[in-house]
Every structure is written in structure tokens, then in C-alpha cells.
Design a protein around this ligand. Structure first.
Ligand SMILES: [Ca+2]
Ligand SMILES: [Ca+2]
Length: 376
């Protein structure tokens, strides 16, 4: 391990992040998931780690607060999962936007002595008590439950790390050699070990689960192993398990479609007496073939089949995902009266695009408070 002073102005995207394709999956909704990190603590004052009130923690002893970390192991792991991205410094975690809920359970003091009496079981119970969805366990060797995913380590070339164990318990693999992440006291450094592979999988699990929280832990597990990039011998093997973690593939299995953007965003077309936009093409799947072609020229001289994502094979699933992860503000209605609430907007496809950005009430428009209107 070696230390580097803070990397202000020069943010690193660790290779594990690129290998996992996590950046191809939006982290927009990840605030609906909570990850519990059972480890050596968390340096909450680190400028490249989340520190909002959605970061909570427990420690068994007041002398070893959860929000400090004299060893650095837990802080390093937290940076892999949730290091702040696009802030011009340090690193970027699997979850970049800092909105993931974290619960830290500190189980070691600064001399690597356990502070929880019944050790791992108590720590896991503490995670459960705090409504965690996923637990990051990178210490200790005992398997407290059957629901633990075992992660093997690979290096930057995707080869198995020499230290990574070799057994039929391995489920999946991720970066674990020279993993760059946060360390206490505004520092950064490289670490190697399967300890540092597991948090990649934890971060990816939170990311893919956030699009549809109605999915079960088993659904998430199955998506992770099914989508893994096969390595080594074809199919499951004892070096890589099912293969290396693949965030985009796993997210797609759970119904995620990368958002597709209309280009230009404000494209419109005068059709008979009506002005229609790309949203209109979603109303009926035949509209693109009827009105998307060369006879119907819209903004910038472009036709619908080129400008509109939906006519290029884009699907509405991205919007569907937004609906699933989103909750309407039931108390809101627009400035025209109580009747015009989110339900009213959802009753007809064109209402959001026509009125969604007008009739501001309580400081907000339908496009801001009604799920159905958010992508319009
Ligand atoms: Ca950063
Ligand atoms: Ca294989």
C-alpha cells in the first residue's frame, strides 16, 4: 500500500469501475437503497465521501465512534462503494452521486480488536435493525448466513489475483488488485485483497436494485450471477465463480434500459393541425412508421425517425423505471384547481407534455412532482 495526497483536480476512475460498467447505469434513484458497511469505521470528514444525514452508524463503544477510522480499511471500502464522483478530486465510487444511504457498523477499534461481543452476528443484526438492504462484509472469515456472496479478486487485466482463494464457494469476481480508494485524513491509496472486490459487488447490487425496489434479494443475486462476464474455463469455475461483475448486464436483467435521449431534445413536428413532439410517438407504436418518415419534416429539418429516440428502437422502459422508483406528491395540484392533480395528469398521455411545465402551484409544476410527467 502507498499513500497519495488528495487528488484535487484529477479525479481517478479506478479500473474496477470501468470493468464493472457501473458508469453506464444511472445512479439517480440509489437513495432508495441502504448499504451497511461492517468494518473498521468510516472517516466522515473525508471530502470525497458522503456525509449527509443519510449516513448513519453504530459502534459498540463510545471510545471508537463509527464516524472515525484509525485503520483505514472501512474508509477504503466506503470509497469503492460510494466515493463522490464528478467533484474534481480523488476517486469515484460505484455510486457517484453521494445519495446512497449508508449505515456504518464499526466492529474494530484502532488496534484491530473486536468491539462487539458476539462479533459478526451482532454486527449483522445491527445492519438489519437499521433497515439495510445490502451488507458489505469484508472482514472475518466466518459466514454468518447463507446469503453471503463470495467474491474473488481479479487484477486490471482481468486475471485472477494470486492471493484470491480458489474454491467452490466463489460466486462472482471483481477488481481486487491495486484498488485505489479513499483513506482517512483526506488521503487516498491502493490496496489489494478480496476485501476490496466485495464492495464493487455491493455497490453494483445497490445500483441495479434501485431501479425496481419491488425486486427481491434473490432477483438481484440471480441478475448479478447471470450477467457476470464469464472468465477462465467456460461456465462456472472455481477461480472466477460465474465471472466478473457486470453492472449494465445485471441492471438490464432487472428491467433497466439506458435512458434514451431525443435529439434535438425539443424536436417537434406540425402534423395536420397539431404540433406533436417525440413524446407523442410513444402513444401508439405505429406512429413512427406512419408519421416518422420523409414526408413529415419537423424541427431542424429532421424527421421523427431520426430525432425521436422511440422511433430508433428506444423503449419506454426507462420511463417505466422512473415510475417504479418514484412516488407522486399526492397533496399537490396545479394552479388551475384541485382536480388537476397527478392522477389527472396520468389519465391521458398528452397532458404532461401539454401542461406539465405550466400551471405552477406550491412552487412546483407537474413535471416536478408527478412521476408520469418527469421524463416529459
Ligand atoms: Ca471524487
Ligand atoms: Ca468461467
Amino acid at each position: 500500500m502507498f499513500l497519495m495526497q488528495n487528488g484535487r483536480g484529477n479525479e481517478v476512475r479506478p479500473y474496477g469501475l470501468l470493468h464493472s460498467q457501473a458508469l453506464k447505469v444511472s445512479d439517480e434513484y440509489v437513495g432508495n437503497r441502504k448499504v451497511c458497511i461492517v468494518d473498521t469505521g468510516y472517516d466522515r470528514s473525508h471530502p470525497d465521501l458522503p456525509s449527509g444525514d443519510w449516513v448513519t452508524g453504530s459502534s459498540a463503544s463510545k471510545k471508537v465512534p463509527w464516524c472515525e477510522d484509525g485503520i483505514g480499511h472501512g474508509t477504503h471500502i466506503a470509497g469503492i462503494i460510494g466515493g463522490l464522483g464528478n467533484n474534481g478530486r480523488g476517486v469515484m465510487g460505484v455510486i457517484r452521486n453521494g445519495m446512497l444511504k449508508l449505515h456504518i457498523v464499526r466492529v474494530f477499534d484502532d488496534k484491530k480488536k473486536w468491539v462487539w461481543k458476539s462479533r459478526m452476528i451482532a454486527a449483522v443484526e445491527e445492519c438489519a435493525k437499521n433497515d439495510s438492504n445490502i451488507i458489505s462484509l469484508s472482514i472475518g472469515s466466518s459466514k454468518p448466513t447463507n446469503h453471503v456472496m463470495s467474491v474473488a479478486a481479479v487484477n486490471a487485466s482481468g486475471r485472477k489475483a494470486k492471493f484470491s482463494s480458489f474454491n467452490d464457494k466463489i460466486d462472482i469476481a471483481a477488481a481486487g488488485v491495486n484498488v485505489y480508494s479513499t483513506l482517512p485524513n483526506n488521503q487516498y491509496g491502493f490496496m489489494s485483497g478480496t476485501s476490496y472486490s466485495a464492495p464493487y459487488v455491493v455497490g453494483v447490487a445497490a445500483l441495479i436494485w434501485s431501479f425496481d425496489t419491488s425486486k427481491s434479494a434473490k432477483d438481484v443475486w440471480d441478475a448479478l450471477v447471470t450477467s457476470a462476464n464469464d472468465k477462465g474455463q467456460p461456465g462456472y469455475d472455481e477461480k472466477f465463480g460465474h465471472g466478473t461483475v457486470n453492472a449494465l448486464g445485471a441492471a438490464k436483467i432487472l428491467g433497466y434500459q439506458p435512458p434514451c435521449t431525443d435529439n434535438p431534445v425539443n424536436w417537434s413536428l406540425n402534423l395536420f393541425t397539431l404540433s406533436v413532439d417525440c413524446d407523442w410517438f410513444y402513444v401508439n407504436e405505429s406512429f413512427c412508421s406512419w408519421f416518422g418518415g420523409d414526408d413529415y419534416i419537423g424541427t431542424n429539418g429532421q424527421i421523427g425517425n431520426i430525432a425521436c429516440c422511440v422511433c430508433n428502437g428506444g423503449t419506454r422502459t426507462a420511463a417505466d423505471n422512473i415510475l417504479k422508483a418514484c412516488k407522486d406528491d399526492d397533496d399537490w395540484y396545479d394552479s388551475d384547481g384541485e382536480r388537476f392533480n397527478c392522477e389527472w395528469y396520468s389519465q391521458k398521455d398528452t397532458r404532461c407534455s401539454k401542461f406539465g411545465r405550466r400551471f405552477r402551484n406550491f412552487g412546483k409544476t407537474a413535471s416536478e412532482v408527478c412521476c408520469i410527467c418527469k421524463d416529459k
